[in-house]
Design a protein around this ligand. Structure first.
Ligand code: ADP
Ligand code: ADP
Ligand code: MG
Length: 454
C-alpha cells in the first residue's frame, strides 16, 4: 500500500529497536543509523539497512544533522522517525526536513519550537485555561531579577532551564543564599546541556505526583487522549518506575486532564503523538508542567492498557492517515507497570556502569514485555544513556501487576555489569509503594532508609 515509504530511524538503543519492529509489522523498509561505537548494536543488525554516520560523540553522529539528512537521501528514505532524545525535539532539524521534503514522524517545526520553550508552553497552557505554577514571567535575566521573583513567590522554588529535558538543568532552592549560589551554576548547566542558558523560576510544589497524558492528533483535526501515566517514582527528577493508570487519579480528574491536554494540543497546532505533563499536588490540584513533543520512554504502559500501538499510529498519522480510533471507543483495561533498568551502580551514587553483558536471562510469560537492545556478549558503549531495558508488565489489577513485576525482576539476570534491578525489586516490596502511597519524594526517603544496608 505504501511502496514509496521508507523510514530512517535517527536513534539508537531500545527505542530504535522498538521503531524497527513497528516498521516491519507495517511492511515499511527501514534504515538504521549508527555511530562507530554502536557498530555491534542490535538496531544495526535488525534494520533492513544500516549506515554509519560518524564517531561515538553525539555531536558527531546522532546529533549530526547533515550526516543524518544525507543518509536519508542516499538510502532513498522519504521519512525520519526521531525516537526520543537526540534530535527528537530539535525544531531546526524538523524545519530542514520540511525544506528537503522529508516527512518528520512527529509534530511540525513551529509546534515543536513553541512547546519546546517551557516558558512559552506555559503561556499557551494558561491561555487555554490550564492552571500553571506560580513563577517568573518568562526567562529571568539576572540574579537581581531572580531575587525579586523569589521574594514574591517564596521558597522553596526551582530554577529551571527553559530548554530543559531529561531531568537536567533543574535546581531546588530553599533560601536567598542558595539562590545566590545556584543561579549562575544552573545557567551554566543549562548552557552545557542544551546550548541555551535561559532559566525561569517556579514555585516548588511539595509532595507532588507527576501525572502525564498521552494524546494523538491527526491532520484532519481528530484527536484522542489516553488514560494518565503516573511517573512519580523519580530519582533526581528522572523517572525510574511508571504506571498506568495512576492509583492517585480519579475518573473525573482523568477526564479533566485528558480534555486539558487536547485543548493545549489544538491551541499549538499539534499533529502526531505528544504528552502533556502535569504536577498534581496532595489536594489533587493540577498544574501544567511541560509538553514532550515526541514518543516517550514509558509509552508501552499506554499500549498495554489500551491495545493501541503508538509508534504505528505515529507513522500512520505522519503519512496522512486518519485516526482510526475515537475517544468513546477507547477503553482502559487492567493495570501496567514499567521499570527502567539501567547500567548504574547504586552503591556508587548510581554512576553509569557500562561493560560487557554476560549470561543474560530475561523474564517472560503472559503480560510481560521487554523493550531492549541487549544480547549476550554485547559491549555497552560508555557514550550514551544508561537505559538498558524497559520491563513492562500488565495484569488485571495493580496488586497482580506488582506481583508479576516482582517475579519478572527476580528472573532478570544480567551478569558482567552493575544494574539497578535489585533496587527496583526492593521498591516492589515497599509498603507505601504497594499501597500506592507515594509522591516524587519517594526515592529520596526510600534510599535514606536503605543506606548502609544495600
Ligand atoms: P524535564 O523537561 O527535565 O522532564 P520537567 O519540567 O518535566 O523537566 O520536570 C521534571 C521533574 O521535576 C518533574 O517530574 C517533577 O518531579 C519535578 N518538578 C518540576 N517542576 C516542579 C515543580 N514546580 N514543583 C515540584 N516538582 C517539580
Ligand atoms: P520521557 O519524558 O520519555 O520519560 P526522559 O525525560 O527520561 O524521557 O528522557 C529520555 C531521553 O531523552 C534521555 O536520554 C534524555 O536525556 C533525553 N532528553 C529528553 N529531553 C531532552 C532535551 N530537551 N534535550 C536533549 N535530550 C533530551
Ligand atoms: Mg518532563
Amino acid at each position: 500500500m505504501r511502496k514509496q515509504n521508507k523510514i530512517l530511524i535517527a536513534n539508537r538503543g531500545e527505542i530504535a529497536v522498538r521503531i524497527i519492529r513497528a516498521c516491519k509489522e507495517l511492511g515499511i523498509p527501514c534504515v538504521a543509523v549508527y555511530s562507530t561505537a554502536d557498530k555491534e548494536s542490535l538496531h544495526v543488525k535488525l534494520a533492513d539497512e544500516a549506515i554509519c554516520i560518524g564517531g561515538p560523540r553525539g555531536g558527531d553522529s546522532y546529533l549530526n544533522i547533515n550526516n543524518i539528512i544525507s543518509s536519508a537521501i542516499a538510502t532513498g528514505c522519504n521519512s525520519i522517525h526521531p525516537g526520543y532524545g537526540f534530535l527528537a525535539e530539535n525544531d531546526k532539524f524538523i524545519e530542514l526536513l520540511e525544506r528537503c521534503n522529508l516527512t518528520f514522524i512527529g509534530p511540525g517545526s513551529e509546534t515543536v519550537r513553541n512547546l519546546g520553550d517551557k516558558v512559552l508552553a506555559k503561556q499557551i497552557a494558561k491561555s487555554v485555561g490550564i492552571p500553571v505554577i506560580e513563577g517568573s514571567d518568562g526567562a529571568v535575566e539576572s540574579l537581581e531579577e531572580a531575587q525579586k521573583v523569589a521574594s514574591k513567590i517564596g521558597f522553596p522554588l526551582l530554577i529551571k532551564a527553559t530548554a530543559g529535558g531529561g531531568g537536567k538543568g533543574i535546581s531546588i532552592i530553599y533560601n536567598h543564599d542558595e539562590l545566590i549560589k545556584m543561579f549562575e551554576l544552573t545557567k551554566m548547566e543549562a548552557e552545557a546541556n542544551f546550548g541555551n542558558s535561559d532559566v525561569y523560576l517556579e514555585k516548588y510544589i511539595e509532595k507532588p505526583h507527576h501525572i502525564e497524558v498521552q494524546f494523538l492528533v491527526d491532520h484532519f483535526g481528530n484527536s484522542i487522549y489516553f488514560p494518565e501515566r503516573d511517573c512519580s517514582i523519580q530519582r533526581r527528577n528522572q523517572k525510574m518506575i511508571e504506571e498506568s493508570p495512576s492509583p492517585f487519579v480519579t475518573e473525573a480528574l482523568r477526564k479533566e486532564l485528558g480534555e486539558a491536554a487536547i485543548r493545549l494540543a489544538k491551541a499549538s497546532g499539534y499533529t502526531n503523538a505528544g504528552t502533556v505533563e502535569f504536577i498534581v499536588d496532595e489536594e489533587k490540584n493540577y498544574y501544567f508542567l511541560e509538553v514532550n513533543t515526541r514518543i516517550q520512554v514509558e509509552h508501552p504502559l499506554t499500549e498495554a492498557i489500551t491495545g493501541v500501538d503508538l509508534v504505528k499510529e505515529q507513522i500512520r498519522i505522519a503519512y496522512n492517515d486518519e485516526l482510526a480510533l475515537k475517544q468513546e471507543e477507547l477503553f482502559l483495561s487492567g493495570h501496567a507497570l514499567e521499570c527502567r533498568i539501567t547500567a548504574e551502580d547504586p552503591n556508587k551514587n548510581f554512576m553509569p556502569a557500562p561493560g560487557l553483558v554476560k549470561n543474560l536471562v530475561m523474564p517472560g510469560g503472559p503480560g510481560v514485555r521487554i523493550d531492549t537492545h541487549l544480547y549476550n556478549d554485547y559491549e555497552i558503549p560508555a557514550h550514551y544513556d544508561s537505559l538498558l531495558a524497559k520491563l513492562i508488565v500488565w495484569a488485571p489489577t495493580r496488586k497482580e501487576a506488582i506481583r508479576k513485576m516482582r517475579v519478572a525482576l527476580e528472573q532478570f539476570i544480567i551478569d558482567g555489569i552493575k544494574s539497578n534491578i535489585e533496587i527496583l525489586y526492593l521498591i516492589m516490596h515497599n509498603t507505601n509503594y504497594v499501597r500506592g502511597y507515594y509522591d516524587t519524594g519517594f526515592i529520596k526517603v526510600f534510599w535514606e532508609t536503605l543506606k548502609g544496608e544495600f
